[in-house]
Write a protein that binds this ligand. Structure first.
Ligand code: FAD
Ligand code: NAG
Ligand code: NAG
Ligand code: NAG
Ligand code: NAG
Ligand code: NAG
Ligand code: NAG
Ligand code: NAG
Ligand code: NAG
Ligand code: NAG
Ligand code: NAG
Length: 636
């Protein structure tokens, strides 16, 4: 049944013009000239006749209270065109504060059992890393301040069709309202929230179909068709049930598949075998800044197709669905987890939950031996990445001269015996260095394991990213500089250094991934590392926050200096990443900026650290790099 419908809609793709190349019923409902009638605020735009740049546009997007802010009647008229799907939500934690939304039971739930549910993913406002919103309303048992809307949107369109999205895009563009797109709210940099915005919530754009054989351009093979709001667990569990296709998906179950994760890159456990999330797109359906609905693939709108695959989300359009590459059935990993530590303080539960059982940690006599072991792991990670594997290694400072390391290898497409054999030389090296690591036996797990969609909690972590170039592994001087900077960051800085070792190079990106916008720097890297400030910064003042950030930035500068030609991964980076254009997009940046200006001369789609975002900035009252303030033009 499902299959028949998928084939039918694919048939339509070939026969009808681009704008009606629908994959799902929710894409068949589109905005027409008849719907617009005399409601000029929802009229389509025209990129050709727009006055690009600042001319004729207000300096700032309107805020509630401004004379230009739509009247209640106008919002109600928009709501009517949306058939009632316009929401005006308050933050959930308003339940903890005195006032009209006070609700002790709901507050208790937010403080306790929320992590056993899917609550935050089903909330129209929540972002999981809260500081970019301004921390204006978090759940606390005895609040002292007030709960305010802060950096959260003013209105949310609970999108159920392409038409809903077209209405929101046109209204925001025509009425000078800040526009936001939210999917799962996992973004770390505040890219899915914004003060005084009209937010398009794509969460309910579900839909998943499988096509055993799909052909486009040079690709012929299995494919999946996914809705713009589909989460990884939904796709993984469906693949598990059909047992007939392997998909490259986020390993975190509640991440969006076709949203920020893949449009910004999308690292995953299969990245050294089949590439990044961005490499899986065969075709995308998109509502663009003029309000039109288009298809972008190798045959049409090729610039858009390029940009949406690694050029960053929330920049070029709203993705409503995508056709996604599939691979031969039932892929599996084999691998293991091992750890060693030194000093009196012992590690607690690691943040990363490995699919493999951890062997007991090996005690190491001294710090020097610890780092020799870490360096051996890092040297070995090059061969594991080039053999299709994914390495995960946390080096952490536990205080009191205590250091811990926990590492995992997930070797894709290797049997347990093959992986055991493959990893054994590393253990021999560790023993030769004085780390009594006995040989461990790898276990096998399927790629499509059943996932549970719960466990997300609110947090306030701050960290920074670095992509480590392959060149650092190619000379002993380069390798030593890199490892010395890592050691300094952990030992002197006191930070957690989390390295993910994989190689998403052009060969594994394949077709059409190798023509995606993913930065050449990312292609040429062998490790994406994040460096974490250990403290939760919820209670810190602005100056404390900025001081902790500056301190981290100094150690990041040390890592940058040791890794010339490296960059940073935009989805897991610092909001204050220096020279982010080069760092995130490398040599693709000028082309991405030109595409952005061509498809969105109005700057309707805006999020921090995206191509073209330089033209606008959020003016915050406290000087924090949050979304809690008016969005105004910079004149750039
Ligand atoms: C717990 C956790 C684990 C993570 N693990 C990984 C990982 O393994 N690999 C990895 O690469 N990253 C990982 N990330 C980072 C992740 O890639 C980013 O947070 C990403 O932005 C999430 O995208 P989203 O669409 O799910 O979330 P959102 O925060 O809702 O959206 C992120 C951005 O995408 C835009 N967007 C969302 N949907 C659409 C759409 N349909 N069309 C256009 N724009 C859209 C939003 O406007 C926003 O700019 C992780 C993050 C968290 C919190
Ligand atoms: C717009 O059209 C509607 C009918 O579709 C009509 O009721 C209304 O008066 C019109 N408004 C204006 C301002 O012309
Ligand atoms: C939009 O209309 C629906 C149904 O009429 C209503 O429930 C909802 O509150 C309205 N939204 C706003 C923001 O007023
Ligand atoms: C949820 O959080 C509570 C405390 O806030 C914790 O005790 C519990 O282990 C968590 N449960 C899950 C499934 O993470
Ligand atoms: C909270 O709001 C009330 C009413 O608007 C106001 O009187 C009070 O000063 C506010 N408290 C804080 C801490 O801002
Ligand atoms: C959003 O719409 C979906 C249907 O698409 C509905 O199930 C859900 O309850 C709505 N959410 C809110 C907060 O209105
Ligand atoms: C799985 O795919 C194969 C072709 O690769 C096909 O022959 C088989 O019928 C499919 N099985 C199911 C359960 O769909
Ligand atoms: C360091 O050791 C002291 C004394 O054993 C202990 O009180 C303290 O908690 C330890 N600090 C850390 C960070 O483990
Ligand atoms: C998986 O391994 C088999 C056997 O070693 C090999 O033939 C096949 O090409 C591998 N698949 C991929 C995608 O690398
Ligand atoms: C090394 O580890 C093995 C297995 O845990 C143990 O039997 C042996 O005594 C250890 N050797 C030393 C020198 O610690
Ligand atoms: C489906 O998931 C279960 C549990 O995680 C696993 O045992 C099984 O092997 C998976 N099936 C496939 C085809 O991946």
């Amino acid at each position: 049944m499902l299959l028949a419908r998928a084939l039918l809609s694919l048939g339509l793709v070939a026969l009808l013009p681009a704008a009606t190349a629908t994959n799902f019923p929710f894409e068949e409902t589109q905005l027409s000239e008849d719907d617009i009638g005399n409601f000029s605020a929802i009229a389509f735009g025209d990129t050709a006749s727009s006055s690009a740049g600042s001319e004729g546009v207000s300096r700032c997007r309107f805020e509630p209270g401004d004379r230009g802010w739509p009247t209640d009647q106008e919002w109600a008229r928009l709501n009517a065109t949306l058939e009632g799907r316009l929401l005006k939500p308050v933050p959930p934690a308003a339940a903890c504060y005195p006032g009209p939304y006070y609700d002790q039971a709901k507050c208790d739930f937010l403080l306790g059992l929320v992590n056993t549910t899917h609550f935050f993913l089903d909330d129209p406002l929540t972002i999981l890393t809260t500081w970019p919103e301004g921390d204006t309303c978090f759940a606390v048992a005895n609040p002292t301040g007030n709960c305010t809307q802060g950096g959260y949107p003013s209105y949310v369109v609970n999108a159920s069709s392409v038409k809903d999205i077209q209405l929101a895009v046109n209204f925001a563009r025509n009425r000078n309202i800040r526009l936001n797109i939210k999917n799962t709210g996992h973004d770390f940099s505040g890219r899915s929230t914004g003060q005084a915005s009209l937010s398009i919530w794509v969460h309910y754009l579900k839909g998943l179909e499988f096509v055993p054989e799909y052909t486009i351009g040079e690709f012929t093979g299995p494919a999946a068709i996914i809705g713009g709001g589909l989460e990884a667990w939904e796709a993984t569990n469906a693949v598990n049930a059909t047992q007939n296709m392997t998909l490259v998906l986020p390993s975190w179950p509640t991440l969006g598949v076709a949203g920020g994760w893949s449009q910004g890159g999308g690292h995953n456990n299969l990245a050294s075998l089949y590439g990044l999330g961005a490499d899986q797109f065969l075709s995308l359906n998109v509502v663009t800044a003029d309000g039109r609905f288009v298809t972008a693939d190798v045959n049409q709108n090729q610039d858009l197709f390029f940009a949406l695959r690694g050029g960053g989300a929330s920049t070029y359009g709203v993705v409503t669905s995508a056709i996604w590459k599939g691979y031969a059935p039932n892929a599996f990993f084999s691998g293991l987890t091992f750890s060693f530590n030194t000093g009196p303080t012992k590690p607690g539960t690691p943040l990363f939950s490995s699919p493999f059982r951890s062997a007991p940690a090996v005690e190491v006599d001294d710090t020097e031996t610890f780092w020799n072991g870490y360096n051996a792991y890092l040297r070995f990670s090059k061969s594991s990445s080039l053999a299709g594997g994914y390495g995960f290694g946390d080096a952490n400072n536990l205080g009191n001269d205590s250091l811990s390391f926990i590492g995992s290898f997930l070797m894709a497409n290797m049997t347990a015996a093959e992986a055991t054999e493959f990893i054994r030389p590393l253990f021999a090296t560790l023993r030769a260095l004085g780390i009594n690591q006995t040989d461990l036996t790898a276990a096998t797990v399927p790629v499509a394991r059943i996932q549970s969609p719960v466990g997300d909690t609110i947090n306030n972590r701050v960290f920074s990213s670095r992509l480590f170039p392959r060149k650092n592994w190619e000379s002993s001087a380069g390798f030593d500089k890199m490892t010395a900077a890592i050691r300094k960051t952990v030992e002197e800085g006191g930070y957690l250094f989390r390295g993910r070792s994989f190689s998403p190079n052009l060969d594994v990106a394949g077709y059409p991934g190798s023509s995606a916008a993913v930065s050449p720097t990312f292609r040429d890297s062998l490790m994406h590392a994040t460096v974490f400030i250990p403290q939760d910064l919820t209670a810190s003042t602005t100056s404390e926050w900025l001081a902790m950030h500056d301190r981290l930035a100094r150690y990041m500068d040390g890592l940058r200096a040791a890794t010339p030609g490296g960059g940073a991964y935009l989805n897991e980076a610092d909001v204050m990443e220096p020279n982010w254009q080069e760092s995130f997009f490398g040599s693709h940046f000028p082309r991405l900026l030109a595409i952005k200006k061509a498809v969105d001369p109005w700057g309707v789609f805006w999020a921090p650290l995206t191509p073209g975002s330089e033209a606008w900035e959020v003016n915050t009252a406290d000087g924090m790099p949050t979304q809690n303030g008016p969005l105004c033009q910079t004149g750039k």
